[in-house]
Ligand binder design. Structure first.
Ligand SMILES: [Zn+2]
Length: 73
């Protein structure tokens, strides 16, 4: 299988490696930018499925918004 794409300077597997640090806000700013650029431009990540796919989908939805309104009840 070769569904990996290089977007924003990172491959899907490299985004995967950084995702937990990203979610923990432990990633350097320049790395965060790359991860966000990848997620914004790559739809292959969401196809890894399972938990990772759900996280990516949620992140992409959040990145598409400018307001930080918390989700309502
Ligand atoms: Zn990807």
């Amino acid at each position: 299988m070769s569904t990996e794409k290089s977007v924003g300077g990172l491959k899907c597997s490299e985004v995967l490696e950084r995702l937990s640090d990203y979610l923990d806000a432990e990633l350097a700013a320049e790395e965060r930018v790359k991860v966000e650029a990848h997620l914004a431009g790559c739809d292959a990540c969401t196809r890894f499925g399972g938990e990772f796919g759900a996280v990516v989908t949620a992140l992409r939805a959040r990145l598409g918004r400018n307001d930080d309104a918390p989700p309502g009840p």
